[in-house]
Write a protein that binds this ligand. Structure first.
Ligand code: 13P
Length: 278
């Protein structure tokens, strides 16, 4: 069934488990995410980033995901990831996304609050929940995200931000990076404790790829409810296909698509199991 992301995350918060938000770009990536979630009997968040709007028919994609969600045996939410433009957010709301992320992390705190509050008002009128971010992630290797400053979230600002904007869940920057880490990851779990102390909305961890599993497990115990994963999935598919194409003269595209889906399912399974505390 298509589920409200807020409900899914509030359940996760209560039960102290995490929900995977997988970045997707195609039918096969969505099929993989839903199939893995069903096998593991866990909810899943299908996340489409604004950066894929130029190549993805957003309305068509939404209709497809919602039809697949309706058939699914587990809760499936459709989320707009990292949107910088109000127009993209309105477009996603109009075509049935369950939640949207407004990324105003490049603005100063006041401007980020002002813009986020405006988005929250619009989205809530349509029954859509909103994620926002303060602080920002650095970009590691092989990531498809924007370059970030790697500024950690300040707990006092986070408290003010949530109270002022009415945002439903908050992405906190605690040292994870988008993509694979270029050096030793330094995940600040104490900072997460301090952020959690004053905030009761579900917290989101961006940059799941390459993050040490024990750190993610601890982060979930300390209040992270949604973990975003992109790069590791892409890398699994690309390296599998590189090997697959070696010594092959011509293969049919339908076979390639099926190979791609099969190659990402084990990676998604690893994350779903880890977040579910299984
Ligand atoms: P990774 O690419 O590090 O998995 O991060 C994904 C992400 O946070 C998307 O919002």
């Amino acid at each position: 069934m298509l589920s409200n992301t807020k409900d899914v995350l509030e359940n996760a918060q209560r039960d102290k488990h995490g929900v995977a938000a997988f970045n997707v770009y195609s039918l096969e990536t969505v099929q993989a995410a839903i199939s893995v979630a069903e096998k593991e009997n866990q909810p899943v968040i299908i996340a489409l980033g604004e950066r894929y709007f130029p190549t993805v028919d957003v309305e068509g994609f939404s209709a497809m995901v919602r039809a697949m969600a309706d058939k699914a045996s587990v809760p499936v939410s459709l989320h707009l990831d990292h949107a910088y433009e109000k127009e993209s957010i309105i477009r996603a709301i109009r075509c049935g996304f369950s939640s949207v992320m407004f990324d105003g992390s490049a603005y100063n705190l006041d401007e980020n609050m002002r813009l986020t509050k405006e988005i929250v008002e619009i989205a809530h009128m349509a029954g859509v929940s909103v994620e926002a971010e303060i602080g920002s992630l650095a970009r590691g290797a092989f990531s498809d995200e924007e370059e970030g400053d790697g500024i950690l979230t300040d707990p006092k600002s986070a408290k003010e931000f949530v109270a002022e904007t009415g945002v439903d869940f908050l992405a906190a920057a605690i040292g994870t990076a988008h993509g694979m880490y270029k050096g030793e990851p330094k995940i600040e779990l104490d900072l997460l404790d301090r952020i959690r102390q004053d905030i009761d909305v579900p917290l989101v961890l961006h940059g799941g790829s390459g993050t040490p599993e024990d750190k993610m497990k601890q982060a979930i115990q300390k209040g992270i409810c949604k973990i975003n994963v992109n790069t590791e999935i892409s890398m699994a598919a690309v390296s599998h296909l590189q090997a697959y194409f070696e010594n092959k003269e011509m293969v049919h595209l339908s076979t390639v698509m099926a190979e791609m889906q099969q190659s990402i399912e084990p990676v998604m399974t690893k994350f779903v199991k880890l977040f579910a505390n299984k």
